[in-house]
Design a protein around this ligand. Structure first.
Ligand code: HEC
Length: 258
């Protein structure tokens, strides 16, 4: 029933006398614009869903997520990489203006403004206009945001050292040399910084090679402990000469049985 003529009102003219049941319109009034939920609509949904499901299945089969070694919370040299959908945020905090003393900018303020604006879009962009070309600010900022996300993701991917990442996550099988963790030499080893880089069983790690089967004399090992070698920094050994002798003898003695 239409409002206006022929309508009966109670005292307050805003309240019609006859209660109108709260039933939605019958969409049969719009031929061609409706479809049955079952089975037409559901079938379409399922078809789209299946395409995505099979697509993702193919992707996961073609690019299996690599398994890395067991996480080691004491390994400060491990550089973790966020998942791809967070790479743009990861990249953002690498820039000088958003890192170090300006961390708060990269971590909270810039992303906060961007996602806050997205959240508040219904309140900020209140024009009844629906066409993107008639809403220059909303469209412009959205395009800018998308471009920034794409650019930052791209930058972080091309600047990441993927070879080093693979190396640091490598599953180390260990060595076939039996390590006597009660020996005096091992005690010295474990008390020094060596263990952080060369591993609990001298099996090496992402930051250093294994220390078994070396072609080095104890004196040469002592020299390395003091002066470093290649990318190993100097002055790693802090202790008595006596202990260093034990350490060097110990490392030199680690040979796998032939
Ligand atoms: C900061 C990490 C780090 C620490 C700590 C460290 N090393 Fe190293 N070490 C390395 C790296 C990296 C190499 C490989 C250097 C190269 O070949 O460029 C290496 C190489 C060596 C080598 C030679 C291995 C070979 O294959 O010839 C010896 C021996 C050695 N380290 C002993 C020690 C001892 C003993 C300590 C403790 C006093 C120690 N390292 C502490 C990183 C470290």
């Amino acid at each position: 029933m239409k409002r206006g003529k022929g309508m009966k009102f109670v005292g307050d003219s805003r309240i019609p006398a006859e209660k109108m049941p709260n039933i939605p319109k019958d969409y049969s009034e719009y031929p061609g614009k409706t479809e049955a939920f079952w089975p037409d609509f559901l079938l379409k949904e399922w078809m789209v869903g299946a395409v995505f499901l099979i697509g993702f299945l193919c992707l996961t089969a073609a690019h299996p997520a690599p398994l890395e070694r067991i996480a080691d919370p004491t390994d400060a040299g491990y550089i973790p990489m966020p998942d791809w959908y967070f790479l743009f945020l990861y990249q953002l905090i690498k820039y000088q203006f958003a890192s170090g003393p300006f961390n708060i900018l990269g971590v909270a303020i810039i992303p906060g403004l961007a996602f806050g604006a997205l959240l508040l879009a219904p309140f900020l962009d209140r024009s009844p206009e629906r066409r993107a070309s008639k809403r220059p600010f909303a469209t412009g900022f959205m395009l800018l945001g998308i471009a920034a996300v794409f650019y930052l993701t791209w930058e972080s991917v091309v600047n990441h050292d993927w070879a080093a990442a693979e190396q640091q996550g490598k599953i180390v099988e260990g060595t076939d040399v039996e390590i006597d963790q009660d020996s005096e030499g091992y005690q010295v080893y474990a008390g020094q910084s060596c263990i952080n880089c060369h591993g609990e069983n001298l099996e090496g790690g992402p930051a250093a090679p294994a220390l078994v089967d070396l072609d080095l004399s104890p004196d040469e090992i002592k020299d390395i402990a003091h002066n470093g070698i290649g990318t190993m920094p100097a002055d790693q050994y802090q202790g008595s000469d006596e202990d260093l002798d034990k350490l060097a003898e110990f490392i030199a003695s680690l040979k796998s049985e032939e």
